[in-house]
Design a protein around this ligand. Structure first.
Ligand code: PLP
Length: 393
């Protein structure tokens, strides 16, 4: 059967593909260590679950306004003021079915056919596909590893054409974990102002930071940058709520209104119960987040130390998120594999260690390792990887 052109070129998420393969091996009795996870290994905090239960028991189980319930939008606006010092009204917030859906909807309302969006690489796998689904053109700019993969103002300037509509800033980044400084954002922001391009600032990993460097939102740097930026965020990663599917976009009223209209015809509203759960998440002390971040930080230090001893791998130390993104070019060479896909497949088949090849992130010399699993498993994974490389070298 002939399907619509727009889905014919869609590539399935590489993250999900390798996770599925690892799961199939596990189900057939293999001792698989999955380093592919994109979510915290914590349960959603109890007070959030209780809030959801209360909502259900008190009949809050019906449709809500398409852009989300007012108390949640107000709570998000308060959060923006508290965390970033940016003043937004509740009608500058649209609540969506996860941050992924906020991004999807944003590209749908921003892009006309042929409009370009600058996507700094390595990038999160869904950006290019979502841009293409909106008939836009992703323009990739590969960050230098020596510069922690960060986009420079010079690179941004060079990539801009008369068709450029937007640029994505994802800080802290998936997959690299790097985070832009205030000065770096200011320099990038100047270029965006000069060319009047929209900044899509994906801040989903904002709370997961392991340095003294604070997270800065580019929208907080000036009134003009606030106008040109749409912030994307959500509770998935910060509150261990990936399955609840609550994200949001915050920005200019015209954009938010168009997104809300579009949501009214696609999802009607994000799940009502989850919205009340997210409201509890944003009106409670953040003790659970602090504990979770401390645990991730400890595992990052532990894994980073072990990883630097694996032959043929080098790794930039991340600032945030929960991924390591080592360069494995030398290991691939030493082992005689043709590329990172072959390397990752053999590693899974021979040693039952599931990593995500960097190809899907626009970085074919790297692999992504998620360290949000038990320390004993992390240690075992590094032993297996070392054994694998030494055997093939
Ligand atoms: N943005 C980035 C960079 C991500 O890594 C993810 C999830 O993996 C998302 C957005 C989507 O988050 P959500 O689960 O809220 O849709």
């Amino acid at each position: 059967m002939q399907l619509a052109k727009r889905v014919q070129t869609l590539t399935p998420s590489t993250t999900l593909a390798i996770t599925a393969k690892a799961k199939a091996l596990k189900d057939s009795g293999h001792d698989v260590i999955g380093l592919g996870a994109g979510e915290p290994d914590f349960n959603t905090p109890e007070y959030i679950i209780e809030a959801a239960e209360r909502a259900m028991r008190s009949g809050l189980t019906r449709y809500t306004p398409s852009g989300g319930i007012l108390p949640l939008r107000e709570a998000i606006a308060r959060k923006m003021l508290k965390d970033q010092g940016i003043d937004y009204d509740a009608d500058q917030v649209v609540v969506t079915t996860g941050a992924k859906h906020a991004l999807y909807t944003l590209f749908q309302v921003l892009l006309n056919p042929g409009d370009e969006v600058i996507v700094p690489a390595p990038y999160w796998v869904s950006y290019p596909e979502q841009i293409k689904l909106a008939e836009g053109e992703p323009v990739f700019v590969l960050g230098k590893e020596a510069n922690q993969f960060k986009l420079t103002p010079e690179q941004l300037e060079q990539a801009i054409t008369e068709k450029t509509r937007a640029v994505i800033i994802n800080s802290p980044s998936n997959p690299t974990g790097m985070m832009y400084t205030r000065d770096e954002l200011m320099a990038l922001g100047k270029v965006c102002i000069k060319h009047n391009i929209i900044i899509v600032s994906d801040e989903i990993y904002e709370k997961l930071i392991y340095t003294d460097q604070p997270h800065v939102s580019i929208a907080s740097l000036s009134e003009q940058l606030k106008k040109q930026t749409v912030i994307i965020n959500g509770v998935s990663k910060s509150h261990a709520m990936t399955g609840w599917r609550i994200g949001y976009a915050v920005g200019r009223k015209t954009i938010i209104k168009a997104m809300t209209n579009l949501c009214s015809h696609s999802t009607s509203n994000p799940t009502t119960i989850s919205q009340y759960a997210a409201l509890a998440a944003y009106t409670h002390e953040e003790e659970e987040i602090t504990q979770m971040v401390a645990s991730f930080n400890e595992r990052l230090a532990y894994t980073y130390d072990l990883l630097t001893r694996v032959p043929g791998m080098t790794c930039v130390k991340p600032h945030g998120a929960f991924y390591l993104f080592p360069n494995v070019e030398k290991a691939i060479d030493m082992c005689g594999f043709s590329d990172v896909e072959e390397f990752s497949t053999a590693l899974l088949e021979e040693e039952q260690v599931a990593v995500i090849p960097g190809t899907g992130f626009g970085a074919p010399k790297n692999i992504r390792i998620s360290y949000v699993i038990k320390k004993s498993q992390l240690e075992d994974a590094m032993i297996r990887m070392t054994r694998f490389i030494e055997r093939h070298a």
